[in-house]
Design a protein around this ligand. Structure first.
Ligand code: ZEM
Length: 290
């Protein structure tokens, strides 16, 4: 039976091959729909998976990617989630085509797919998340506020169960995508290649001269050289904080180390609070461009 989907007494049991089909469908849509933003839905899919996961609170075990509660208005309307409807709408046809997968598993699988298809490291994936109802929506304020500093970053990420090294490794995701004035209020990309996973974020943080952008929007930094890149106050905290900075320096020097640590930490993020069955297999999807 290996290589085919199991069907026992009418209950469909998806296997690795079935998840790879979902992966391929998301990858194909990423390729097709290249007229969005910088040419890819990849970054916003990564942000969706992160915001689904980043609500986790280790004390109460609430929040996290198990539940996909951002589908419901209270959580979907939280300021931090502005703009993520674009990602959820992008995935809706995939959910229609593969109705057996939960939204919670689909959002995380799509984050994995987006990272790999944007030439990032391999991210192992485990399925098993179940969608919850509106009552499981998390309170507003669990995701980080970009206008704050190092203390706030620690408050937010320690609550999820991360340490300083992991905070810095996760932040490398800002190699991807951009800020939108009609979403967060901030404006611009962090790197010159916002649809490719690289360690450029760290390199630019250290090598560029950053000064406050002169504009009427929220306080953000602008690079002196091109004046087309940006950093958030929370990004800058990674080089002003004594304990964060050595990790920025390591990742700027060593892309392989960044890829290794980023893969490990994003896998941890995506699995926060998910009660996997003991027997759940770790899957490694084949990128379509490999
Ligand atoms: Zn982000 N992020 N993020 N982030 N993020 C934005 C965009 C993206 C913070 C934050 O306030 C913002 C992580 C951590 C943190 C991505 C991934 C990850 C934006 C712009 C803001 C304001 C939203 C907009 O206007 O569209 C803060 C304060 C963080 C604390 C450290 C982590 C961790 C991430 C993944 C692992 C990505 C991929 C984007 C780009 C989205 C896009 O649409 O291009």
């Amino acid at each position: 039976l290996s290589g085919s989907s199991g069907e026992t007494k009418g209950i469909f049991t998806p296997r690795f091959e079935d998840y790879q089909k979902v992966y391929n469908e998301v990858a194909e849509r990423l390729e097709e729909k290249d007229d969005y933003d910088d040419g890819s839905y990849g970054p916003v899919l990564v942000r969706l998976a992160w915001h689904a996961s980043g609500t986790f609170d280790k004390e109460t075990g609430t929040g996290g990617s198990n539940g996909a509660t951002m589908r419901f208005a209270p959580e979907g309307d939280h300021g931090a989630n502005a703009g993520l409807k674009a990602a959820r709408d992008f995935l809706e046809p995939v959910k229609q085509k593969f109705p057996w997968i939960s939204y919670s598993d689909l959002w995380i699988l799509s984050g994995v797919c987006a990272i790999q298809e944007m030439q990032g490291p391999t991210i192992p994936y485990r399925p098993g998340r179940l969608d919850k109802d509106i009552a499981a929506c998390t309170p507003d304020g669990r995701l980080p506020d970009a206008s704050q500093g190092n203390k706030h970053l620690r408050d937010i990420f320690y609550r999820m169960g991360f340490n300083d090294q992991e905070i810095v490794a996760l932040s490398g995701a800002h190699a991807l995508g951009r800020c939108h004035t009609d979403r967060s209020g901030f404006e611009g990309p962090w790197t010159f290649s916002p649809t490719v996973v690289t360690n450029d974020y760290y390199d630019l943080l250290l090598k560029e001269k950053w000064s406050w952008k002169k504009w009427n929007g929220p306080k953000q930094y602008e690079d002196k050289t091109s004046k087309s890149l940006m950093m958030l106050p929370t990004d800058m905290a990674l080089i002003t904080d004594k304990s964060f900075r050595p990790w920025v320096e390591k990742y700027a020097k060593d892309n392989d180390l960044f890829f290794k640590d980023f893969s490990a930490v994003i896998t941890k993020l995506f699995e926060l609070g998910v009660p996997f069955a003991e027997s759940t297999e770790k899957m490694t999807f084949k990128p379509t461009n490999a």
